[in-house]
Design a binder for this molecule. Structure first.
Ligand code: ATP
Length: 554
C-alpha cells in the first residue's frame, strides 16, 4: 500500500493505493481518500494500517485457536490408560500379581515426563522468583502435626454403598441424601454411611504410630519459622514443596486422576495480614464460574481475571494474581486454555478455616474436575501449630517493629498426576494423513528431546551418530535409534512426542552436518554438527524458529 498525491483543478488530494497482480498484469486500485494535506493524509494512513494490522493479527489469533482445537484428538480416560501402558508411560503397580487399586508405576517415558513437569513447576515458581524458596520435608513426621492440622479428626470422606449395584463410593458430607450412585444412578444407603479417615497409619520403630502424609503443605507450616530465618525471607513470601502424598481413597478411579499414592506441588504464600498484592496481575481470559453463578444456576462466563477482580467476583487481588499465575503456567507449557476454568467454592463446600477458595478446573473426558485448589487459609495453620506445639511462630516485622503471625493468603496446591494427564490429553493428536499418533507435547516436557539416527547401519554413520548422542545426552534425555526404516523411526518418535529427529546421512560425512526434522511440521533443516547442541537448546526453549535455525532441506 502506498500514498499518492493527485492534482485536480489546481487542488491537491491524497489517496491510499494498492498494486495487485490480476491475470499477470499489475493493476492499481484506490483503497481510500486520505485528505487534502500531507499531514492529514499521513495520520489517516497510519490509522488505516494500524486497523488492518489489528484485524490481521486477530485473524492470525483465530487461526492459532483453530490450530489448537485441531491439535488434540479427544480420547477417553480408558484409551489414555491403554496408550500410556503401550508406550511405557504408566503401568498398574504390581500388575503381574493382579495390581493394587489406586497405585501406579511410571515407566521409562512416564518417569521422564513426570520429572519434567516437576522441574518446570519448580523453575517457574522457585528459581524464577526471588520471593519463594523450596523445601523437601519427610513423608512420615511427628503424629501431632496431623492432630494440629485437623487431619486426624476431620480428614475423612463419607463412605457409602449403593443399594442397587452395591459399589462403594466416597461423597462429601454435604452431598449425603442429595447425590445418586455414579455407577448406576441408584440410591446410596444412608443407614450404612460412615466417616472414613483417608490417612494411612504406619508403625514407626517397634510400636510407635504415625501416618503417611496426606498432603505436603503441613511440613511447610511446621518449618515456616526456620525457613524464614535461614533464608532471610521478608513478607510477602512463599515456601514451595513437591513430593509424594498418600490418601486411602475409598474409590480410586479414572486412571491417575484419583489414586492412593500421588505427588503434589504446593505453595504456602505468607503475607502481612490485610496487605495488598504488590505485583502486576497477568491479564488472562478464562471461563469463570463463581459461587453466585452456581447458586443461581447460571452458566460460567469467559472473562478476564482482572475484570472479575474489578467486578468483585474475585474478592482479593492476591487471589486474582495467583489464579492468573497458575493458569499461565499451564498455557506457557502448551495446554489448551479452552479446557480450563476457575470455579469458586460454594459456601457449603468451603472448609471452616477458609474464607475463599477457587479451583482451577480442567475439562477431563469425564467432566470438569479439580486440577488445582487455591485456598485462602488465613492464619489457621500457623495458629494451630502454635497451639499444639506451644512454640511462638510469629516473626518480626521491620515495618511495624512488632511480632506478627502472617496469613496464608493463597495456597496453590496441584497434583502432578492430574497435570500429567492434562498435558497428555492436550497434546495427543491422531494425524489422519500420517496415520499415526503425534504427541504434540511442548519440547520442555517431552520425555525424549531428540532421537539420533544413522541413515543406514554402517560403521561410519553409526560412529558419527553416537558422537552426537554422547554430546546431547550430557544435557538431555535423548535416544539413539538404528532399527527399521527412517519412516518407522520418525513414526515411533512422533508417537511419544520426541520433538526433533537428527539423521546422519551421506552428506553429513562430507560436510560435518546433520538434518533435524521437526515432529509437528515434518520440516527439515541442515545444521553443522558443532552447532547442533546450541541449536537444539534454543529450539527447546522456543528462542528460535525452526526454519530459521538452519538451512532448509527437502
Ligand atoms: P478432590 O476433591 O478431587 O478429592 P481435594 O480437594 O481433596 O481433591 P486437595 O486436598 O485440594 O484435593 O489437593 C490438592 C490437589 O492434589 C488436587 O487439586 C489434586 O490435583 C491433587 N489430588 C488430591 N487428591 C488426589 C488423589 N487422590 N489422586 C491424585 N491427585 C490428587
Amino acid at each position: 500500500m502506498f500514498m499518492v498525491k493527485k492534482k485536480i483543478n489546481g487542488n491537491e488530494y491524497y489517496y491510499l493505493n494498492e498494486n495487485k497482480r490480476v491475470d499477470g498484469k499489475v493493476k492499481t486500485k484506490t483503497l481510500a481518500y486520505l485528505g487534502k494535506t500531507k499531514k492529514e493524509a499521513e495520520e489517516k494512513m497510519e490509522k488505516i494500517l494500524k486497523d488492518k494490522n489489528e484485524i490481521k493479527s486477530e485473524m492470525e489469533n483465530k487461526k492459532t485457536e483453530k490450530k489448537i482445537e485441531q491439535e488434540s484428538t479427544k480420547i477417553s480416560i480408558e484409551e489414555m490408560a491403554v496408550y500410556c501402558k503401550r508406550k511405557g508411560f504408566v503401568y498398574q503397580s504390581g500388575e503381574i500379581y493382579g495390581g493394587l487399586a489406586g497405585f501406579w508405576d511410571f515407566g521409562h517415558l512416564g518417569s521422564e515426563l513426570k520429572n519434567n513437569i516437576k522441574k518446570e513447576w519448580w523453575k517457574y515458581h522457585v528459581h524464577q522468583r526471588n520471593d519463594i524458596v523450596g523445601i523437601d520435608g519427610s513423608i512420615i513426621t511427628h503424629p501431632k502435626v496431623w492432630k494440629a492440622s485437623g487431619h486426624i479428626d476431620n480428614f475423612s470422606d463419607v463412605f457409602v454403598v449403593c443399594k442397587k449395584c452395591k459399589k462403594a463410593s466416597k461423597i462429601d458430607r454435604s452431598e449425603l441424601g442429595k447425590v445418586k450412585c455414579i455407577n448406576c444412578n441408584g440410591d446410596y444407603d444412608e443407614k450404612t454411611a460412615k466417616d472414613f479417615n483417608l490417612m494411612f497409619k504406619v508403625t514407626v520403630g517397634e510400636s510407635g504410630e504415625s501416618y503417611l502424609r496426606p498432603e505436603t503443605a503441613q511440613l511447610i507450616f511446621t518449618n515456616f519459622k526456620l525457613v524464614q530465618e535461614s533464608a532471610r525471607m521478608k513478607l510477602p513470601f512463599g515456601i514451595a514443596q513437591a513430593g509424594k502424598s498418600f490418601r486411602n481413597e475409598i474409590a480410586p478411579r479414572d486412571f491417575l486422576f484419583r489414586s492412593r499414592e500421588f505427588e503434589q506441588m504446593e505453595i504456602e504464600y505468607f503475607i502481612k495480614p490485610d496487605s495488598n498484592c504488590p505485583y502486576e496481575i497477568p491479564d488472562e481470559e478464562i471461563l469463570i464460574y463463581s459461587a453466585e453463578m452456581q447458586e443461581k444456576e447460571k452458566s460460567p462466563e469467559v472473562m478476564s481475571i482482572k475484570e472479575a477482580l474489578k467486578k468483585g467476583i474475585i474478592k482479593k487481588d492476591w487471589h486474582a494474581y495467583w489464579l492468573s499465575i497458575q493458569f499461565r503456567w499451564f498455557k506457557n507449557l502448551g495446554a489448551n486454555p479452552k479446557n480450563f476454568r476457575i470455579r469458586q467454592h460454594r459456601k457449603d463446600e468451603l472448609a471452616h478455616y477458609s474464607s475463599d477458595c477457587w479451583d482451577l478446573e480442567y475439562n477431563f473426558p469425564f467432566g470438569w474436575k479439580e486440577l488445582e485448589g487455591i485456598a485462602d487459609r488465613k492464619d489457621y495453620d500457623l495458629k494451630q501449630h502454635e497451639k499444639f506445639s506451644g512454640k511462638d511462630l510469629r516473626i518480626f516485622d521491620e515495618e511495624s517493629k512488632q511480632k506478627i503471625l502472617p496469613n496464608v493468603v493463597c495456597e496453590p496446591s496441584i497434583g502432578v498426576e492430574r497435570s500429567f494427564l492434562v498435558f497428555l490429553f492436550d497434546s495427543y493428536f491422531y494425524d489422519k494423513e500420517r496415520e499415526n499418533v503425534i504427541l504434540r507435547i511442548n519440547p520442555k516436557l517431552a520425555p525424549v528431546k531428540a532421537s539420533i539416527f544413522p541413515i543406514i547401519k554402517k560403521e561410519e554413520f553409526e560412529k558419527m551418530a553416537k558422537l552426537i548422542f554422547d554430546d546431547l545426552s550430557k544435557e538431555w534425555n535423548v535416544s539413539y535409534d538404528e532399527s527399521g526404516s527412517i519412516g518407522r523411526r520418525y513414526a515411533r518418535n512422533d508417537e511419544i512426542g520426541t520433538p526433533y529427529c537428527i539423521t546422519i546421512d551421506e552428506e553429513s560425512l562430507k560436510n560435518n552436518d546433520a538434518t533435524i526434522r521437526e515432529r509437528d511440521t515434518t520440516k527439515q533443516i541442515r545444521v553443522k554438527i558443532p552447532q547442533l547442541r546450541e541449536i537444539i537448546r534454543k529450539l527447546i526453549f522456543g528462542e528460535i524458529e525452526f526454519e530459521k535455525a538452519g538451512k532448509n532441506f527437502e
